[in-house]
Design a protein around this ligand. Structure first.
Ligand code: HEM
Length: 426
């Protein structure tokens, strides 16, 4: 994975990345540099990137720093490879299969979004904060079902410390963010152990991800308690910044592009007209949201959240004529492809219509959700969450920006002081 990569790497982006272009050997779109003190090859070549992402069995493994893995867990999907990765990934994929999304996840997301978005009218809200809260609470609900309400109060502050820990320099001294992140992990592990124990001793049945993980569900992947806990932390962590930031940026782009908003609203009003006000969105509704999907992809393209992913070599490797020595890192840098005018004509224009040609999603230069053996398993889950959010947001409300908020797109997409909007009933 994943999200610590891009977060962690992006910390270095500003200070180090640009220097690559000037200081280091330049071979077309492959450069050599140092990131986090490790010799690193940076590749921006789409074909080479795809080849790297397909070469795990040949000895190119995830290259995330050990300090991150300490916080996210040793059984974390990004920390494991070979058969252990197969098990963790298989277990995760079976939690988010199309059948489960249809029967279990969509109804849960619908119920959650409806209530989460119910009292936003006639207020000024910080949409960055709201979408972050939304992404986390929505995942908590999918993982812990009804128990998420009682758990979230205790778990949320710890989770935020954990995230901050992964964003910080790995200095394990009292009161550093990194230290607090490690501490937060311990607290979360303790809470989850308690919950698993409680469930084992109770006869109550649950229909949520934790329950599927505990009884192997319909999958063949029986995980240990430690693995279950790391899997849960992974799910919460991976779906947090990705889903929240994409949702926030969709709100931003829709605000700035009234024609797109109009078209999106038309799609969602059409769905509402076919239903009673209290009817939840179902699978067919979700599948019919063609323009919504296009808006989400265009948002993810223009506001690139994952700039690239990290790998490391387990032995000397030859790739496209380069010999990369054992133990080196490879930064598969994919961000620039999203702004390449040959791939996306008029690349800086927000134009969701370009994605209505679905083949764009399967192009070999499409890396928004990664590629190869570690392509994002949460892709459809994330899109379902953002789509449901947009459904309730645009059918209930109109909004305008208060103005004056700063928005950064690099090295991370964020509004340093929040993104404030005034919301009214439609
Ligand atoms: C807009 C939303 C999302 C984006 C843009 C995104 C992007 C990515 C990318 C680029 C990777 C590849 C990382 C690598 O190769 O090292 C990845 C992997 C991963 N993502 Fe996502 N992701 C999103 C949502 C989610 C959600 C909601 C989940 C929750 C289950 C999730 C779980 C994961 C996991 C577990 C991996 C690691 C897979 C592996 O190592 O086999 N992602 N994601």
């Amino acid at each position: 994975m994943h999200h610590w990569t891009w977060i962690n790497v992006s910390l270095l982006d500003l200070t180090q990345f640009f220097s690559l272009f000037f200081d280091e050997n330049r071979y077309g779109s492959v450069f050599k540099s140092h990131i986090l003190g490790c010799p690193t090859v940076v590749s921006m070549d789409p074909e080479l990137n795809r080849c790297i992402l397909m070469s795990e069995s040949k000895g190119i493994l995830p290259g995330y720093p050990q300090s991150m893995l300490e916080i996210l867990g040793k059984s974390n999907i990004a920390a494991v490879h070979g058969p252990a990765h197969k098990t963790m990934r298989g277990a995760l994929l079976s939690l988010v299969s199309p059948t489960i999304i249809k029967q279990q996840i969509l109804p849960t997301i619908d119920q959650f979004m409806r209530s989460h978005l119910s009292y936003w009218a006639n207020q000024i809200i910080d949409i960055q904060e709201k979408t972050k809260e939304m992404a986390l609470l929505s995942s908590l609900k999918q993982v812990f079902g009804n128990e998420s309400c009682s758990l979230s109060k205790e778990l949320m502050p710890e989770f935020f410390k954990l995230v901050l820990g992964t964003l910080s320099l790995p200095i394990d001294l009292p009161n550093t963010n990194y230290h607090c992140g490690l501490q937060a992990r311990k607290n979360i592990v303790r809470m989850l152990k308690g919950l698993i124990e409680e469930r084992r001793n109770s006869k109550e049945t649950h229909e949520d991800m934790l329950s599927s993980l505990m009884n192997g569900g319909e999958n063949r992947y029986q995980l240990s308690d430690e693995e279950i806990i790391d899997q849960i932390i992974t799910i919460l962590y991976s779906g947090y910044e990705t889903v929240s930031t994409t949702s926030m940026m969709a709100v931003k782009y829709l605000h700035d592009h009234p024609r797109v908003l109009e078209e999106l609203r038309k799609e969602h009003m059409g769905i509402r007209e076919r239903k009673m006000a209290e009817d939840p969105l179902d699978w067919d509704d979700y599948k019919s949201m063609k323009f919504t999907r296009a808006v989400i992809f265009e948002t993810s393209r223009l506001a690139t959240i994952v700039n690239g992913v990290l790998r490391k070599t387990m032995k000397d490797m030859e790739l496209n004529g380069f010999v990369i020595p054992k133990g080196w890192r490879i930064y598969v840098y994919t961000r620039e492809l999203n702004y390449d005018p040959c791939l996306y004509p008029d690349p800086h224009t927000f134009n969701p219509w370009r994605w209505l040609d679905r083949s764009l999603e399967t192009q070999n230069y499409f890396f928004i959700f990664g590629g190869g053996t570690r392509q994002c398993p949460g892709k459809e889950l994330g899109i379902a969450e953002i789509s449901t959010f947009l459904h309730y947001f645009v059918t209930k409300y109109r909004w305008e920006e208060v103005g004056g908020d700063k928005l950064m797109k690099f090295p991370r997409v964020e509004a340093p002081n929040g993104l404030h909007i005034r919301v009214s009933d439609l």
